[in-house]
Design a protein around this ligand. Structure first.
Ligand code: NAD
Length: 703
């Protein structure tokens, strides 16, 4: 396919990129561009050259589909392309509209002139992937914008509107109207006025007190960069632009870029970027599956989840019919929704008028008849099969044919719920996480009979709501909570082995988890697990579900909401204080269960908890509950506070080496008191480890 068109008019060669969706600079376009610059230079009828993008804009930068493939670095790479442009004997003018990001902006800065229009989006977002702009961006942008403004753009990765930069040397001309026309007439002016070529590399970069400013920037960025090396490396690259001649600066930029490219943090961030793109593809549902239109949604239950789900929907502009059984529950739910918007109002991210517009999208009701014409219903009532049965039988009677019926259940069997209706093909699980208006994760639960277009529609809806959706098969806990159960059990085992909650939490927080498991327990409320264990004990009387937290709950310690749980809390405070009473309860419990305490190291804590997650993840993958390892990573990253710089549990396992993970699990399984059904490496893990392969290479199945 031709990725670039070449047209000469009035002595100006217009080179138009045609590489949808964002004119990314993939190998074919790079080759075509170099050939076109040479052709234009060889053509005596051409006096100047205009580069312009078709469709979405100038260029979105590197082609992400090439990441990690030989094409990414194949000749000509982006730096070579930019040199060709910069060295062109005839002036090259970039026409900047729409997206102009990353390598696209670096290319534009390699041109001799730039013409802009309002509405273009300018950015160097490489830092978000743990990198820096590696094709001269850190050397050229400071020459055009000054050190401070350039550094802000490079270190933040933020997008800037072209209007804000119109009066800077980034643009030689700027205005409304037809961009190609403007750029061509500017090119004719350059030729007529014999302006020649203006190379950014030749511009002087003078900054009084540069050293002091750079030191200030280093200190500021160090304080917020956490474990990520890229932001500081961006500063070093810009420092080189200040301190060194242009070519030496480029060399330094390259060295820093290469180091970042090899860093585990960047590998993790690039993995997440790719994982998010992969997750929307369902293995056996073609991407072009027609979706069902969703113009109006019903939500059943205005409690914690129903309220948050309603907010997610109205934030995306979707009208919602919100149904409750009693007026006071409905009023309470609506009041909570209103209250939850107060924060956004205070911060100024939302104003009263748009809040009113959103709230006007809600139609509160006590009457199922109001749901007759909705396209989708999301049920978020009490977690009881009997209540769900009543709701779904009613929905089956009142909601129009073809509508999607979704349940937000966390732990009930979705296939049983689907069978309460005469249309199980239209039933799906939409498992939101609390608070549903904030958390990005959505597990899309695929029932045995869920129709492909229902799945495809759910994935599209999740995008509309700005969520990261991951498809899960039906099993106890789906992907996230099924793994969490193993992680929690591993943490509890560590208490039995001799650790205290604060030690376990500290070790896992040092590993990077947003919060340790016992602090999470106190936040979520220990009574939830207590009730579940009581229910399970009644269902399976011959199994032992007991847990130290049963004793905490019996003492009224439900966590933060009662001022005490695994920790104690000062009134009104969320700060956990280790509590000797809890230590005594744990010691007593250990004695009763026959455990002799020993020293437990932070390394053992991390290994046991994280490897428990990984082993269950492997089972989830081999069972076909998750489609691919990277989906599991997204669940843990977006729903459970796993550190992004480690890329998710499955990616972390791949980086550690599956052989080492399997060996560590085997050694835990062999220890006295270990439950071998839990700790024995999953067959898939053993198999991949033996073959020297990774989870990312495993092509899953759909279930
Ligand atoms: P909740 O108790 O806060 O809210 C449930 C609401 O449903 C209440 O307002 C209640 O009045 C209403 N309700 C009960 N029966 C009803 C009926 N027949 N018709 C209409 N409304 C009815 O509970 P929640 O925490 O919002 O949980 C709701 C569902 O979401 C459960 O299935 C739960 O497992 C699931 N879930 C909860 C969380 C969480 O963190 N809370 C997370 C994911 C999923």
């Amino acid at each position: 396919m031709n990725k670039l068109s070449f047209e000469v008019k009035d002595g100006i060669a217009v080179l138009k990129f045609d590489n949808p969706p964002v004119n990314s600079l993939g190998l074919e376009l790079r080759q075509a561009l170099v050939a076109a610059i040479q052709r234009a230079n060889a053509d005596p009828g051409v006096e100047a050259i205009v580069l312009i993008g078709s469709g979405a804009g100038f260029s979105g930068g590197a082609d992400i589909r090439e990441f990690g493939t030989p094409k990414a670095g194949a000749y000509p790479n982006l730096r070579t392309v930019i040199s060709e442009v910069e060295d062109s004997a005839k002036p090259v003018i970039a026409a900047i509209g729409g997206v102009c990001m990353g390598g696209g902006l670096e290319l534009a800065m390699g041109c001799h002139y730039r013409v802009g229009v309002p509405g273009a989006r300018i950015a160097l977002p490489e830092v978000k992937l743990g990198l820096l702009p590696g094709a001269g961006g850190t050397q050229r942008l400071p020459r055009l914008l000054g050190v401070e403004a350039a550094l802000n753009i490079i270190v933040s990765g933020a997008t800037v509107a072209s209007e804000k930069l119109r009066d800077t040397p980034l643009f030689d001309a700027f205005g409304e109207g037809d961009l190609q026309e403007n750029a061509s007439s500017f090119a004719r002016k350059v030729v007529a006025e014999k302006r020649g070529r203006k190379r950014v590399r030749d511009m002087k970069l003078d900054m009084p007190n540069a050293e002091a400013y750079l030191q200030f920037a280093r200190n500021t960025v160090k304080a917020v960069a956490g474990p990520y090396p890229a932001p500081l490396a961006c500063i070093e690259a810009v420092a080189a632009a200040v301190e060194k001649p242009f070519d030496a600066g480029l060399k330094r930029e390259r060295e820093l870029f290469t180091t970042l490219m090899l860093s585990p943090e960047s590998a993790a961030l690039r993995h997440i970027f790719q994982a998010e793109r992969a997750a929307s593809h369902i293995l056996d549902v073609p991407d072009d599956t027609p979706i069902r239109p969703i113009a109006k949604v019903g939500v059943i239950g205005a409690g914690t989840m129903g309220g948050g789900i309603t907010m997610s929907l109205i934030n995306a502009g979707l009208p919602v019919v919100l149904l409750e059984t009693k007026q006071d529950a409905l009023d309470r739910g609506l009041a909570t929704i209103r209250r939850n918007y107060q924060g956004a109002l205070r911060k100024g991210t939302l104003n009263e008028a748009s809040l009113a517009q959103r709230l006007a999208l809600i139609t509160p009701t006590l009457d199922y008849a109001a749901l007759s014409d909705v396209d989708l219903v999301i049920e978020a009532v009490f977690e009881s099969m009997e209540v769900k049965r009543q709701v779904f039988e009613t929905l089956d009677r009142v909601v129009k044919q073809g509508a999607i019926l979704a349940s937000n259940t966390s732990a009930l069997n979705l296939n049983d719920i689907a069978n309460f209706t005469r249309r199980p093909q239209d039933v799906i699980g939409l498992h939101f996480f609390s608070p549903a208006n904030v958390m990005r994760l959505l597990e899309v639960v695929r029932g045995a009979k869920t129709a492909p277009d229902v799945l495809a529609t759910a994935m599209r809806l999740s995008k509309t709501m700005g969520k990261v959706a991951v498809v899960s098969g039906v099993c106890d806990g789906f992907i996230g909570n099924r793994m969490l159960a193993r992680y929690g059990a591993a943490a509890h085992d560590l208490l039995m082995a001799g650790a205290l909650p604060q030690q376990v939490d500290a070790a896992l927080q040092d590993f990077g988890m947003a919060m340790g498991p016992f602090r999470v327990g106190d936040l979520a409320g220990l009574d939830i697990g207590w009730a579940l264990r009581k229910r399970r004990s009644a269902e399976f009387p011959d199994r032992d579900f007991s847990n130290v937290s049963d004793i905490l709950c019996e003492a009224g310690r439900f966590g933060q909401k009662t001022g005490a749980g695994w920790y104690k809390y000062a009134p009104g405070s969320r700060h956990p204080i280790p509590d000797p009473t809890v230590t005594a309860i744990i010691e007593e419990y250990r004695r009763k269960k026959g455990f002799t305490p020993r020293n437990v190291s932070p390394q053992e804590i991390v290994e046991r908890c994280i490897y428990a997650l990984i082993n269950e993840g492997a089972r989830i993958l081999e069972d076909g509950i998750a489609q691919r390892a990277s989906d599991i990573d997204l669940v843990y990253l977006n729903g459970y506070g796993f550190p992004a710089y480690r890329g998710g549990p499955m990616f972390y396992a791949d980086q550690t080496g599956l052989h080492d993970v399997a060996r560590a699990l085997q050694s835990i399984a062999a220890q006295p008191g270990s439950d071998s059904s839990v700790w024995t490496p999953a067959p898939l893990l053993t198999q991949l480890a033996q073959q020297g392969r990774s989870f990312s290479e495993f092509k899953g199945s759909a279930k």
